[in-house]
Design a protein around this ligand. Structure first.
Ligand code: ANZ
Ligand code: ZN
Length: 814
């Protein structure tokens, strides 16, 4: 059997499309705009199947929307700064810029080979001066608005990457990039004040109706807003006071001790002579634990400081301890411990023989016996041992006790967030230099906008060790103060590359602008992104940062949109033999090999057919083979049909026409809900039906086949384009309107079937005219009336008179 020459066809149309600029998006149009965006890739060297999947999904949407009459923006570019290029460059002894360009060249040719409808004229490269100039501009905007600041702090340090990580990049205590155990260090660093936007970032999540629920939950948890009360405790024999943050002020009467984080500023002066040695030893011990380890730690170790606090509710004297389960950076870094009602405190009290006092009665029990109590009672209940609050519901006491404390001026309502400011300094070379100058006289001076970009120097030695490589370039470091013209030094850290990707979707709207990061009007036209597609691994980092940047740009008058991405699709992973495709697992299928053997159309079709976009996709060589066979069937159907040579409409074939209309309806509906796999299945079905007429002149034939190709084109664009032209069309298929259908022709013809039990009419059922025998029998048996007459017995026999009667025979009754 003849196979179609995919290589020739695919190359031919990729050239033709480029020549005719079919994918070019003009800045304006009368049509409704549609901004379709896939997460731009990191130029690692070669694309993998995850990329192919991402781009194939994005392309179906772009092509479909365009044919549906939208003015589509579908851009691509490279997230080109970053550590891997720097490391690879060190290893291969070439400059990261050169390395990156090489990778981009290769990947671009691979992506182009897929025939994705990108407007390449809008390509961005974040490592080019014309881009990072504006990344630096974004930093200055943050600085101007009081959202960029420098502070000394405890930071996450990856010993392997030799750089600082943002909180979000130390995932469960491991480096997000290399999985090394993260260490803590104290360094002076630049931060972006994302916490100033915590509330807005949180509140707007409810409005993201086009986002998957799990991503929204992750963002909410990351921001971690919690309402509670700050309570002030006096310290015995000191004029200092201790503040705690609690979400359970109703348990105040049950606070039997306090715990400070080992880093709490009061620890030193609160520690009594006798406890000094032990406290010191403990602090030394926990110094190297990361925050995450501390959060999940189960050991309930701590040390008594020797000092006591006074519980403001009942004036009881309670001991002050330190323990690593209290985090320095959350709340006030101190807690009141209520072991009867908090499980962590309960375990700590048991382990250290501290008193436990029940102040909330479990409504299911008469009394709570401390001796037999096995765990804390953490639910709501009735207040006891709590003075004038006894008898109250604990949920009401939260407010009542807070009011009472406020009156006594020892408490106030408080809101806390888990979200921290974003640490953006990186001690690496391959990133955008932070545009800041330090002057002895003037202090911190931002680089004036006219002096941007602060260019990366070339005379730098990359070692991958310790300090920022920029510090080694004298010509870079030494400069003049923009204010006083005196000798000054440049900041030598570069920015976290997540800053580059926090605004690239704005740049696509105006990628060549040399006067501004982008033109406000152009951004106003295209933004927000209508559909964003990418991996769920970006659910927190990239998506939260992009939302933050968009809000700042809106406040500064640059963005019309408050949220960057109206709809978000998180694609599933590509797996093989049950595991994620990865080099380390050795189960990678190289896209190049598949394209070489079957062509890009087959690769795209398989990836879209094998699984709905959000789900995992299990690689299957047999599946690929099947998709290839299908495309060949379409090829032969069109090329070998007599009508192809004689496209004059002959007599119309009502049945085929109806099939076509039905297929249009369901494929359209499937694409609308991104159910690409079922859409493809319907095209396969239609092809099978047309095969029954393969060697006849299908009445109305070129119309039918043309419609098959129009619908196939978002999935297998090269083959569709070639056959479209073979049918005699002169236009590009992408410029054709998406086909509509005639609702009258889509209506199902139905049959009414009589259902009998033991020969007597008991019910009727309606079924589609083309329903199969088995389907009709099942429907008859499912009838409630019939069930009543059969008494639930298994029928002895079912007689079927085609298109008329189902007779159910049961023994005994009936
Ligand atoms: C007393 C208490 C009694 C608490 C009780 C809970 C239950 P979220 O919801 O996460 O905000 N806490 C406060 N600051 C802390 C810190 N720096 N490190 C560790 N734990 C800290 O949790 C707030 C609760 O976490 C606070 O309420 C406090 O314990 C603890 F029956 O105070 B609670
Ligand atoms: Zn100066």
């Amino acid at each position: 059997m003849s196979k179609y020459d995919f290589k020739k066809i695919e190359q031919k149309w990729q050239k033709e499309w480029e020549k005719a600029r079919v994918f070019h998006a003009a800045d304006k149009s009368d049509k409704p705009k549609y901004y379709d965006l896939v997460m731009y890739p990191y130029p690692s060297g070669a694309i993998h199947m995850g990329h192919v999947r991402n781009y194939a999904i994005g392309d179906v949407i772009a092509r479909y929307k365009k044919m549906k009459g939208s003015h589509v923006l579908h851009p691509i570019g490279y997230d080109a700064f970053g550590l891997p290029a720097e490391n690879a460059a060190i290893e291969n002894k070439i400059h990261p810029a050169e390395w990156t360009e090489k990778c981009i060249k290769r990947m671009t040719s691979q992506v182009k080979g897929l025939g994705i409808s990108y407007d390449w004229s809008r390509e961005v490269n974040t490592s080019h001066e014309d881009y990072y100039k504006w990344t630096q501009w974004m930093f200055l905007l943050m600085f101007k608005r009081g959202l960029a600041y420098r502070k000394k702090g405890i930071i996450n340090w990856c010993p392997k990457c030799e750089t600082v990580l943002a909180n979000e990049q130390a995932i469960q205590g491991l480096c997000w990039r290399c999985d090394s155990k993260v260490e803590e260090k104290e360094l002076e660093q630049w931060y972006l004040k994302i916490t100033a936007y915590a509330d807005r970032l949180l509140e707007a999540i409810d409005g993201l109706t086009g986002w998957p629920e799990n991503v929204k939950v992750m963002q909410r948890n990351w921001i971690g807003k919690s309402h509670g009360t700050n309570i002030t405790f006096e310290i015995e024999g000191s004029d200092k006071v201790l503040k705690v943050f609690t979400t359970r002020p109703d348990t105040l009467f049950g606070a039997t001790y306090m715990v400070l984080a080992p880093e709490h500023p009061y620890v030193k002066e609160l520690t009594s002579k006798g406890q000094e040695k032990e406290i010191k030893k403990y602090i030394e011990k926990v110094k190297h634990e990361t925050e995450h380890e501390r959060e999940i730690k189960l050991s309930k170790e701590g040390v008594f400081t020797g000092a006591f606090a006074i519980n403001p509710a009942n004036n009881e004297k309670i001991p002050i301890w330190i323990a690593d389960y209290v985090l320095a950076e959350y709340g006030t870094g101190a807690v009141m411990a209520v072991p009867a009602h908090d499980q962590r405190d309960f375990e700590f009290a048991k382990a250290n023989s501290l008193p436990i006092k029940v102040v909330i009665q479990d409504p299911r029990l008469k009394t709570q016996d401390l001796k037999t109590m096995k765990e804390a009672f953490v639910d709501e209940g009735i207040m006891i041992n709590s003075g004038k609050f006894d008898g109250m519901k604990s949920s009401d006491a939260i407010k009542a006790i807070t009011d009472w404390l406020a009156e006594k001026k020892v408490g106030s309502r408080e809101t806390q967030y888990k979200l921290r400011d974003w640490l953006i300094s990186r001690q690496r070379y391959w990133g955008a230099p932070i545009p800041i100058i330090y002057c002895k006289k003037c202090g911190i001076v931002p680089v004036p906008e006219k002096d941007l970009p602060v260019k990366l120097p070339k005379d730098v030695k990359l070692t991958g060790k310790g300090e920022s490589p920029l510090a080694g370039s004298k010509s870079f470091v030494n400069t003049k103060c923009p204010k006083c013209s005196g000798q000054a030094k440049r900041e030598t850290d570069t920015m976290d590359t997540f800053i580059c990707s926090s605004w690239y979707f704005f740049r696509y709207t105006d990628p060549k602008n040399s006067k501004e990061p982008f033109d406000k009007k152009k951004a106003a036209y295209w933004m927000p992104v209508d559909q964003y597609i990418g991996g769920v691994e970006h659910a927190i980092l990239h998506l939260l940062y992009s939302r933050f940047f968009t809000k700042v740009l809106k406040d500064a008058g640059y963005s019309p949109a408050d949220e960057p991405f109206t709809n978000l699709l998180t694609q599933g992973m590509v797996i093989k033999d049950g595991a994620k495709m990865s080099k380390s697992k050795g189960n990678v299928v190289d896209p190049d090999a598949i394209i070489e053997k079957y062509g890009a159309d087959t690769a795209r079709l398989f990836i879209l057919f094998a699984s709905p976009p959000e789900r995992e996709l299990e690689w299957s060589d047999k599946g690929v083979e099947g998709c290839y066979r299908f495309l060949n069937r379409v090829w032969r159907l069109v090329t070998e049909n007599p009508v192809t040579r004689n496209p004059q409409p002959v007599t119309r074939n009502k049945k085929i026409e109806q099939t076509t209309h039905k297929t249009i309806k369901s494929v359209t509906e499937d694409i609308e809900r991104f159910s690409f796999n079922t859409a493809i299945a319907k095209l396969m079905e239609m092809t099978n039906k047309l095969y029954e007429y393969k060697n006849q002149e299908i009445g109305h034939g070129s119309w039918v086949m043309g419609h098959l190709l129009l619908m196939l084109s978002p999935f297998a664009p090269h083959l569709a384009e070639e056959l479209w032209h073979i049918l005699g069309n002169k236009t590009f298929i992408l410029n054709e309107p998406w086909p509509g259908y005639d609702p009258k022709l889509v209506e199902e013809e139905e049959l009414t079937i009589v259902v009998q039990v033991n020969g007597r009419l008991r019910d009727t059922v309606t079924v589609p005219s083309d329903a199969k025998e088995e389907e009709i029998k099942q429907k008859a048996l499912a009838s409630e009336k019939i069930k009543k007459f059969t008494g639930g017995k298994k029928p002895a026999k079912i007689i079927y008179v085609p298109q008329k009667i189902v007779n159910v025979v049961v023994e005994g009754k009936g």
